[in-house]
Design a protein around this ligand. Structure first.
Ligand SMILES: Nc1ncnc2c1ncn2[C@@H]1O[C@H](COP(=O)(O)OP(=O)(O)OP(=O)(O)O)[C@@H](O)[C@H]1O
Length: 268
């Protein structure tokens, strides 16, 4: 059974080289996690007392200000970070997609990178070899796929990475918002593949600042604030509380049409 369970988990980052005296003034901004200064070494409490249970079929969006703890929570859910206190139990094969560029090698070709990146995301070489033509087609990179990655522009790298990421079959898919940061035209092309990817995956947790992508991919959401779970509910409910207005007010006509029977409307 695919699931992630977290009990009373906290993640602290001790900052050994911070200037403690100025931190003691505790001038806290709106963004960022909570900085504790009680001990000698300042500690950023990136996550505080998180209890959460997600299972097969869940499509969870993570929202919150910059530094609220979304990426740290994704890393906790993937097993990359161990909780400083509390427990996390992960059942299933995790595909962490935090940074599109991770797992890519500058010196090898686009084709070879497709295989390597696929292996990193939990696929086998054979599975990737079967998908390579489809990925190559999608990227529209043509002969560049035989050239080393260092000869690619940023946009070309994103095409390659997105081609691979959207070809995998993950049990647990953890997406960080970077995936939405590609140019709009290509994202439109990738959108159907993304939606398909999410459909194929057992469980999705997706951190994003983009309402339309959240509405398209998620049904429920968690609002993170200063490392705490401030709210957990249906996507529409949480976005309305977080933004102060119904997300459907600002969604483009095109997105609404694509959503059809908006999945978020039926979220629990
Ligand atoms: N490796 C690290 N070392 C020290 N502090 C960290 C580290 N990673 C994150 N933090 C701190 O933890 C807090 C939560 O950061 P996190 O990256 O999880 O936020 P986020 O909600 O993903 O933000 P954003 O929307 O800007 O991506 C922030 O205060 C950040 O400064």
């Amino acid at each position: 059974m695919i699931s992630i369970d977290v009990w009373n988990a906290s993640v602290d980052f001790p900052i050994f080289d911070a200037k403690t005296r100025s931190l003691k003034k505790k001038v806290l901004g709106k963004v960022g996690g909570k900085i504790g200064t009680d001990s000698k070494v300042p500690v950023i409490e990136a996550l505080h007392d998180i209890t959460l249970s997600v299972k097969d079929g869940d499509r969870v969006g993570l929202v919150g200000h910059n530094g609220a703890g979304k990426s740290t929570l994704l890393r906790l859910l993937s097993g990359i970070y161990e909780p400083t206190r509390g427990t996390a139990r992960i059942n299933g094969r995790v595909a962490p997609v935090f940074d599109l560029g991770v797992g890519m090698d500058q010196e090898i070709s686009g084709y070879e990178n497709i295989i390597i990146r696929g292996l990193y995301l939990g696929m086998s070489r054979k599975q990737m070899e079967k998908r390579i033509d489809d990925i190559a087609d999608f990227t529209e990179l043509g002969d560049y796929l035989s050239m080393p990655l260092r000869t690619y522009s940023t946009g070309m790298r994103v095409r390659l990475a997105l081609g691979v990421v959207t070809s995998i079959d993950p049990e647990i898919l953890l997406l960080d918002e970077g995936i939405g940061a590609v140019d709009a035209a290509f994202l439109n092309k990738a959108r159907d593949r993304l939606v398909d990817l999410v459909r194929r995956s057992g469980l999705l947790v997706f951190a994003s600042h983009q309402d339309d992508l959240l509405l398209e991919l998620c049904t429920s959401a968690i609002w993170m604030d200063e490392g705490r779970m401030k709210m957990h509910g249906s996507l529409r409910e949480v976005l309305t509380a977080y933004k102060g207005k119904d997300p459907f007010e600002n969604v483009s006509k095109e997105t609404l049409e694509r959503l059809g029977e908006a999945p978020a409307m039926s979220g629990d």
